[in-house]
Structure formats: C-alpha cells, structure tokens
Design a protein around this ligand. Structure first.
Ligand SMILES: Nc1ncnc2c1ncn2[C@@H]1O[C@H](COP(=O)(O)OP(=O)(O)OP(=O)(O)O)[C@@H](O)[C@H]1O
Ligand SMILES: [Mg+2]
Length: 453
C-alpha cells in the first residue's frame, strides 16, 4: 500500500474516532441536561399547582380551574394511599389510561415510553406528596407527552451524524492533499534514485521551494551525498588515468628492450645484459608502484583502523634500525620521554613514518633527525633533513597523488609521487594532520600530528 494511502486512511480513521467520541459526549450531555430541565420544570408546575389550588387543605381537583395547568397532551391526578385514584383531569384519555396511578411518600420523576398509533412516545410523570398536618395524605401526579423532546433528539442526532460524515469527508480530502504535499519531495527523490539506478549517472534532486523542513534537509543531504559520489567518481577516473599514465613509461621501456632482445637475440652478451637489467629495474618500479596503488586505495577507502596503545619510541627505534642498515645512512632519534604512548593503527602509523624518513633519505645526503614530542593536544613526530628542500610554491601540491617536484630526479630516486598522499590519508584516518615546511637548498621538516584524545 502506498504511504500516502496509509497516511490518508490513518488520519481519516483517527479524525472519525475523535468526531464520534466528541459527538457522543455532546449528545449524552444534551440529553442529560434536557431531561433534568424537564423534570425540574414539571416539579415546579406541580408545586405551584399544589400551592395555588391549596391542595394540602382539600385534595380535591376543581376541573374547570385546572384546565390552564394542562399542557398539549397531559393529565393531572390526586392519588390516595394504596395507589387509589381519587381525582383526574386530562386532555389525552389514551395517555392517562396507559399510566397507572401510584402513591408516593417522596417526590419522584418517571419516564415511560408508550405506544400510540404504531408510534413510540416518550412520557414524563412526576409525583409530589401532599402533606396535611405533617402527614402525607395524598400525591399529586402530573404526566405529559414529550413530543418536543423526541423531535429535538432526532434533529440533534441527524445534525451530529451529518457533521460526522462531513468531517470524515473533509479529513479524507485534507489527508490526501496533505500526504501528497509531504510525499512530493520523497516521490521526487525516488524518481531521481530510479533514474540514477537506470542510467548509472549520479544526479541531484531539484529543490523547488526553500521549506527549511526535514524533507528539504533530506534532499540537501541526498544532494551532498551525490556531490561526494561525483567527486569520488571523478577522483577514481583521474586516478585510473594517472596510474595508467605512470605505468605507461616503464612498460614502454620494458617492451622496447624486450623487442631489442627478440630482434638481436643474445649474440652481444653485454648489450643483452644491459637490456635485461633495464627490464628488471623497470619491472621492479612497476611492482613498487602497484604496491603503492594498493596502499593508497586501502587508506582512501576509509577502512577501519586496528587501533591499539603502542610505544612510539620503541616503534621509531625499530623503524630507524631497519632503514639505517638498508640505506647505510645516519638517522638520529630524539625523544622527550623514554616511553611515549599513542593509540593508533601500528602498521599504518609505521607506514606514514617510513614515508617521511624515506623522503628524507631520497632527497638529502646528510644526517637525518627524528624528534618525538608531546604537547597539550598532540603527539608530534618530526623528520628533519638538510637536503634539496622544496620550493615554497610547490608545498601545496606535494600531497596530490603522483605529484613530484622534480620528475627527472624522482625518476632517478624511484619515486611514484604517492608517498605523501598515502601519509596524508593515514593521518586523516587517525583524525590527525601532516605538515611540511621547507627551504629550498636548506632542508625540510615533515611533521605528523597525532591527537591525544
Ligand atoms: N624531504 C623532502 N625533501 C625534498 N623534497 C621532498 C621531500 N619530501 C617530499 N619531497 C617532494 O615531494 C614529492 C612528493 O613526495 P612523495 O613522497 O609523495 O612522492 P615520492 O617520494 O616522489 O614517491 P614515493 O614516496 O611514492 O616513492 C617528491 O617527489 C619530492 O619532489
Ligand atoms: Mg616519498
């Protein structure tokens, strides 16, 4: 069932229930008040009659004087103890015949439905005791047809019933209009999503009115999500194009040297060895590059981190030991405390630190210093070299994928231009930062900031 239909049915049913309940309260209150008023009015008339006719002295009805006390269809009687009728005046014999006389000690009102000409008629009888020297000697009985009451009841019932039906109809129409109004942006969204599903092209929702409500918020969030998706798709495209471009050079070199070997064979041994060496080095470069691609994809996909508490001093000592023996370079570690605890993904943090030290090794020849410090907010890992440095205007670019300041030199050093992009992603995953400051010809300082909390 469509959500609009559901909303419609539910609101209508609810409003119908409310209307029925309110109308029932109105109806029963009206009945109660009217009945009470009628009882009181007839009592009052009976009391006036007793007083005016001085019934407590004689208990005899003087018929002609009583006529003004009779209403449309009514009777007046005196009833003696033992419910014996003493005296009666009436202008509706049929009514009088239907209601038996009754003697009472205390006043009472009685409602009775009698049938008359195949019709049911509501009647009201009040009985008021007549006192003589402190004793109840008789009772005055007054009865009348309540045709006005019946009519009022019927009119009220039909008004309430029609207003309920009208209310339900209006609720149904209003509910439909309201649910359509609410659902329009949602339907828009569904249509756009279906379009995206069919065409495979991300598309934004057109927001027609600035309603500033939850639905607009939902549409804005959806559009933001689509923007990110478009951005990611664009990045992906760019990455594939950059990566293929990067792979093209070594592959072309490999192919041309392999062609050379095929054409000339290995007759000239020195020549062949040279070709094989080049093929080997380019293949190694491709291998390194693909490893970097995988690292980049891993850090960009926002994969979860395996965070744990680790000692940064011990971690850096082991990294530096490995790099020192591999590159035969002087690398000094300076730390503020013998043990600095951080919460991080060990492998990824290690990777980011190696990227910085690897750059320092590649782009400098002198001693490299690694500093570990702790300030109020962060744990800071600083790698300082006295190498070629980076021109000021290039600093903003070096975190871009595949960006290398000096392509020729990078090729010599085997750089792919992905290291800093990976390190930046790793720091982002840790909610930290990476900063590089450098002076061309003087040296570079690269810092990783790991937030404490
Ligand atoms: N310590 C440094 N000294 C001088 N230049 C640097 C330094 N670190 C980075 N750069 C410059 O920034 C560029 C980008 O560095 P990045 O680490 O991203 O790539 P790469 O070192 O060329 O390749 P990869 O790290 O992927 O092997 C480098 O090519 C280099 O020009
Ligand atoms: Mg690098």
């Amino acid at each position: 069932m469509k959500i609009t239909t559901k909303i419609n049915i539910m609101t209508t049913a609810w409003i119908l229930c409310v209307l029925v309940a309110v109308n029932a309260v109105v109806f029963f209150s009206f009945m109660r008040i009217t009945v009470n008023m009628e009882d009181q009015e007839l009592y009052q008339r009976a009391n006036t009659l007793i007083k005016e006719m001085k019934l407590d002295e004689s208990s005899i009805l003087k018929k002609d004087q009583l006529t003004p006390y009779l209403t449309g269809h009514s009777f007046i009687r005196i009833v003696k103890p033992g419910s014996k009728m003493n005296n009666e005046v009436t202008n509706d014999k049929h009514l009088a015949a239907k209601i038996k006389p009754k003697f009472v000690q205390k006043k009472e009102a009685e409602r009775k439905i009698i049938s008359q000409n195949n019709d049911e008629v509501q009647t009201l009888v009040v009985r008021v005791p007549i006192h003589k020297s402190g004793q109840v000697t008789a009772a005055l009985e007054m009865g009348e047809k309540l045709s006005g009451f019946e009519m009022a009841k019927d009119v009220l019932l039909s008004i309430l019933a029609s207003s309920t039906i009208l209310g339900a109809l209006l609720a149904l129409l209003g509910g439909r209009w309201l649910s359509n109004l609410i659902m329009r942006p949602i339907s828009n969204m569904i249509n756009t999503m279906e379009d995206i599903e069919q065409s495979g092209i991300p598309k934004k929702i057109v927001i027609q009115h600035e309603t500033k409500d939850e639905l607009q918020k939902m549409a804005v969030t959806f559009n933001r999500m689509i923007e990110r998706l478009e951005d990611n798709l664009e990045k992906q495209k760019q990455f594939i194009s950059d990566a293929s471009h990067e792979l093209k050079t070594p592959l072309t070199v490999i192919k041309s040297f392999a062609d050379h070997l095929l054409r000339r064979g290995i007759r000239n041994e020195a020549d062949a060895l040279d070709a094989i060496e080049t093929i080997h080095s380019e293949a190694t470069r491709i291998q390194k590059m693909t490893e970097r691609f995988l690292d980049l994809a891993d850090t960009e996909s926002g994969n979860h981190l395996e965070k744990k508490s680790l000692d940064l001093v011990a971690l850096c000592q082991s990294i530096i030991k490995q790099l020192k023996s591999a590159y035969k370079r002087e690398i000094d570690l300076h730390f503020a405390a013998p043990s600095i605890k951080v919460i991080a993904d060990e492998l990824k943090l290690k990777q980011a630190i190696i990227i910085l030290i690897d750059n320092a090794i590649k782009y400098s020849t002198d001693k490299i210093d690694v500093y570990l410090n702790v300030n109020e907010l962060n744990t800071v890992i600083k790698v300082k070299d006295s190498g070629i440095g980076i021109p000021d205007y290039e600093i903003k670019n070096i975190f871009e994928r595949f960006y290398r300041v000096d392509k020729a030199r990078s090729r010599e050093t085997g750089g792919t231009g992905l290291g800093l992009a990976i390190a930046k992603n790793i720091m982002k995953q840790h909610h930290g930062e990476i900063k590089i400051s450098s002076t061309e010809g003087v040296g570079t300082e690269a810092e990783l900031f790991l937030p404490k909390s």
